[in-house]
Design a protein around this ligand. Sequence first.
Ligand SMILES: Cc1cc2nc3c(=O)[nH]c(=O)nc-3n(C[C@H](O)[C@H](O)[C@H](O)COP(=O)(O)O)c2cc1C
Length: 195
Amino acid sequence: MTNKELMSLLEGRRTYRRFDESRQISDEIVADMKRSAYLSSSAMNRQPLRYVYIRTPDVVNAIFDITSWGGYLLDGAGRPKIGERPTMFVAILSAKDLQSKYTAFDEGLAASNLTLTAWAHGVGSCILGSVKHEPLREMLDISDEYDISCVIGFGYPTHTSTVVDETDGDIKYRLDDNKNYIVPKRKIKDTVTEI
Ligand SMILES: Cc1cc2nc3c(=O)[nH]c(=O)nc-3n(C[C@H](O)[C@H](O)[C@H](O)COP(=O)(O)O)c2cc1C
């Protein structure tokens, strides 16, 4: 892969909130995702994370119902409608007896590997911190030995998402006239110091 291709992959690996629900994610893609999480760095190499892959439609729909989408958008415009929902969720858990003060770091790195690998196959994602933990625990039969980090929704996106520099400090993502996402980022010059 060239540098240009890597930068283009990072540019496109955005948050997606509408998917083609009729397109399933293949076993081959899921196998690459599992390997990408396996390859993640982990503080002290403790590897506290466990992953639940959910592709059974009834369970996917039940999990969808306990997630919140696109909080900055009015009138639920960020929430996928029927036909636009993800076709797979991955729940990230951490084993309490293996946790360290860096477990959130491990979770972020694993989520990054999973979502980038999916995107390399054209599969978009939305990391969902906003998921109701107790119903999820019950649905997936997660024991008290594990904490829930997040779920990530995956599917083939039906919209684009473009990063722009923020103006006047406004970092709220928005939809354009075609319902594509515009995502303001703080300017590089405002977040970087060089010495
Ligand atoms: C830890 C984490 C939790 C998130 N939780 C949610 C969520 O519950 N619902 C949602 O719609 N988006 C969620 N997002 C997506 C962010 O809103 C999104 O990353 C942000 O708007 C920037 O867009 P980008 O990912 O395209 O750069 C989450 C992202 C991260 C990293």
